[in-house]
Design a protein. Structure first.
Length: 94
């Protein structure tokens, strides 16, 4: 399990670069950790940044990939190991 990255206000949060990972084939993400931002349960304007272990290509919610949350969230309404769906454009770091 990865250490929490913490949360910051949306204005100060790292922003995903949609073009940075867009050309990388989906298969290259499998088995890797990617950092994603999740809205906190308290305030929609705050983001908690956490790692997700990519497990497969997305089959639901019209998303490209899915993975399991690899952090214990402190503020987001999620739990360690939750299944999350996302697109390459949402990845902040890999």
């Amino acid at each position: 399990m990865q250490d929490n990255i913490d949360h910051v206000c949306a204005d100060c949060a790292p922003k995903p670069d949609p073009l940075m990972y867009a050309t990388i084939p989906l298969g290259c993400f499998l088995g890797k950790l990617v950092k994603l931002g999740f809205h906190t349960a308290d305030e929609e304007s705050e983001i908690e940044h956490m790692w997700v272990k990519v497990k497969g290509k997305g089959k639901a919610k019209n998303k490209e990939l899915w993975g399991l949350l690899d952090n214990d969230p402190e503020y987001a309404d999620l739990s360690y190991g939750d299944k999350v769906f996302f697109d390459r454009a949402e990845v902040e770091d890999a």
